[in-house]
Design a protein around this ligand. Sequence first.
Ligand code: AMP
Ligand code: ZN
Length: 472
Amino acid sequence: MKRADAAPLAIYDTLSREVREVVASDSQVVRIYCCGPTVYRDAHIGNLRTFLLADLVRRRLEFSGLKVKLVQNITDVGHMSEDFEEDKIIAASKAERRDPYSIAREYEERFHRDCHALNIAPADLYPRASECISLMIDAISKLMAEGFAYKGEDGSVYFDATQFESYGALSGNRLDALKPGHRYEFTEAGAKKFHADWALWKAAGNRREMIWDTPWGNGFPGWHIECTAMSLEYLGGKFDLHIGGIDLRFPHHENERAQSNPLIESANGDEAVTLWLHGEHLLFEGRKMSKSSGNVVLVKDVVERGIDPLALRFCFMENRYRSQMDLSWSSLQAAHLVLERWRKSYQEWLTKPAIHSELVGKKVAEIAHHFGEDLDTPQVMLKLRAVEKSTLEPGEKRALFEAIDPLLGLNLLQIRTSRELPDQAKKLIDERAKARRDRDFAKSDELRDQLAALGIEVRDTSGGQEWSWRIN
Ligand code: AMP
Ligand code: ZN
């Protein structure tokens, strides 16, 4: 049941700093761009929180009968490591002694698999940066022709930040307050005119892989121009909503805005992007999620503990996208149990005919309303929790779940078997049984700890070893 009459979706727009309605500016399709993954490693569950944001927006818009076109890029070239020493894909290619394209394709595949596990509906298009180089060359040529970009002494092409008057409007960083010494890309003395300028195109230097010929010589693109070129091309010049994690607000999106605005056909200083939506970061067990701090959790880790990956979706929805969120194993396990209980209840309600009463209609509208109010999913989840205990008839509860599940994407209508023991845990349990038979108690204790790390508790009884899922 789609609710064409449902209230629209409003979100907090980073540029105007106001909550504003998301609309299709061409009156037909809401055009959305979400910055995609850099495919040199698995996406962690923090990245997935941000990718889910685009899915929540999309589901909510479609729920109210709107059409959506979502484009998400695959960054397989040009994203430099934090110290700007090396392209992330090339660094991974050296470390793994593999062709950079084969690395990129593998992680791209795994990104799709992880999104699928979280019920994130596929974007309409996933352009790869390495396959859109001519679009970037065109965009850079245009910016150079219009005086927004110049070739530096090192052969790279730079955007001239001082030429874009409202630089800083998105992030609040004023150009005159940005001091040299901040980490900006390519700060070789003399190459740039101004310290806040950034590279649109980088001269190849010693690099031999992933380089292309251009009117300015061999080289490779900067990360920010990728998104400008791909979003404008595939969303038709000007679009309605741009989504990304909060860390992209500056410099990535600030620079993107400065590059994109001069490229759209507009005489009156229109914005290329109408609304900017940024999601806050995910922490795990109180710590920042990053490779360097060794605190990275993947979808695979969740599955290995026998937790339904949709428990991630559940937990993300219990927190507002605009707040930093601290996730833990215990909240994931609790979410798993609730999902299991709801699915079981639904199977019981299914024995009754669905009753589409007025009250059900009212509750569905309420849930959609909260969802539309700057994605107030915590309120949505509260309402949903209340359904279970409410005095609604089983047939009404059934109708409500059926109406709302396409919006939530929690697969509440599916039967899931109880948590199956993952293969890795089965192996450890067998090994532990053998260690006990061999009276190797040190090994058996070690295996018990390994199982505990997977959330599994083992007890030794007179009948042998027994296991259960740990509740906390
Ligand atoms: P990357 O693959 O590193 O380019 O990041 C993909 C997306 O994940 C970007 O939109 C980032 O802003 C976002 N992101 C990175 N770290 C986190 C985190 N800990 N929590 C939420 N989103 C994140
Ligand atoms: Zn981007």
